[in-house]
Design a protein around this ligand. Structure first.
Ligand SMILES: [Zn+2]
Length: 91
């Protein structure tokens, strides 16, 4: 079992994407990484209001760098594909 920074984050991350105020972790797509020759952190972390499909995201979402609950830097905790919520996106 993967280790989360705190139970509050785990709860928001594990919920359905349609649920309001959920936390999502995505990995940049291979195409994006190649196109941008990107060498940094391959994961992104955001808060959403809930959505059906990420590519059709009509709602607002906010990228975050630190856990809003415990303050840990997310890229230091979540560096594994095991945490990824979505692969169906174009970026
Ligand atoms: Zn946390």
């Amino acid at each position: 079992m993967e280790k989360f920074c705190c139970d509050n984050f785990r709860f928001r991350h594990s919920g359905d994407s349609r649920m309001g105020l959920n936390f999502r972790i995505i990995k940049l797509s291979p195409e994006f990484i190649l196109r941008a020759k990107y060498k940094g952190n391959l994961y992104r972390y955001f808060i959403s209001e809930g959505y059906e499909k990420l590519d059709e995201l009509k709602t607002q979402f906010i990228f975050m760098e630190f856990c809003p609950y415990c303050g840990k830097e997310l890229k230091k905790v979540y560096q594994s594909d095991a945490f990824v919520n979505e692969t169906n996106h174009g970026f």
